[in-house]
Design a protein around this ligand. Sequence first.
Ligand SMILES: *Cc1c(COP(=O)(O)O)cnc(C)c1O
Length: 376
Amino acid sequence: MEFRDLKKQYRVLKKEIDAGMQEVIENTNFISGKQVTELEEKLASYVGTKHCISCANGTDALTLALMAWDIGPGDAVFVPDFTFFSSGEVISFEGATPIFVDVREDTFNMDTVKLRKAIKKVVEEKKYTPKVIIAVDLFGQPAEYAEIRKIADEFQMYILEDGAQGFGGEINGRKACSFGDISTTSFFPAKPLGCYGDGGAVFTDNDEWAALIGSFRIHGKGSFKYDNVRIGMNSRLDTLQAAILLAKMKAFTDYEIDKVNDVAKKYTEELQEIVKTPVVLEGFLSSWAQYTIQLESKDKRNGLQAYLKEHGIPSMIYYPKPMHKQEAFAPYCGEEEELAVTTKLCERVLALPMHPYMEDEQIHQVTGLIKEYLKP
Ligand SMILES: *Cc1c(COP(=O)(O)O)cnc(C)c1O
């Protein structure tokens, strides 16, 4: 069994994907071809933002947002302690200070009570200026933006939505990647909407930031490519990747999001009595980048993972280490008692195979083995 079956997806979408790639190769417009603009327009219209600026990966997308806001030394940026490294890496990369915030045990997303507390503390200490909240849509479920917006307004901060895993998710019908002042996503192959290499995008309604990000991503270009008005980077989305994403988008919007929600529902029905299953809040829709269960101890978790592996079932530990325990962040360690939930989750979580092409039989095979292993 595959953890995320990209081979099967390719078999289903082969005709469209091959045709899209062939066209790019025949036209040899590998950089900034028309497919890139076409994709950006489609993505912006799907998400419901005025602008979409594609770029080389989801990490650059976050960096470009921080560059547009001129975030740097002396600024504090708040980010969940439980996320992929890159959500925090970009903060230090810009010379700002990451402040790690604990998450909710049921949704895995930022705990807004602890967020407010952490911001207040930084304000009182007067060492750094709170500037940005990076809210992560972990495992596919959007963060709690209504509450996060209140907090951002109260402290006059920006919201950067890291929707790398959240693309396709919703809150009350509004799409993920539209909740931040700037929002970003990643098209890494295993993300909800993935290309065949690295790719990313930035979303915003703000004209000025969109123009800045458009410039930063191509060497700080001015009126044309060889007119450079600021220091930027080289972070474009390849035309080939844009063509692949265009071919995949129809399936993604037509049925893939529904399909992963079916799979999640079946998992939860089968497993909710024996392990802690993931909670999706009222009015929220997850794009199920991961389906993550919690076991009662690290031993049980590791034991179950080994047992599944013995039976040919892959599973993953996202994430084995809290951000504040990463060696790279050693100078910015948070306070242990404030980050207790993340620490606990890192020992107990296990992500199960999840993708839109999973058959009922495969779901039952996974849940059957879990039941067998946990049988009293
Ligand atoms: C994957 C991921 C990123 C980074 O995306 P890349 O395209 O791999 O650079 C950032 N944040 C989160 C939460 C992610 O899962």
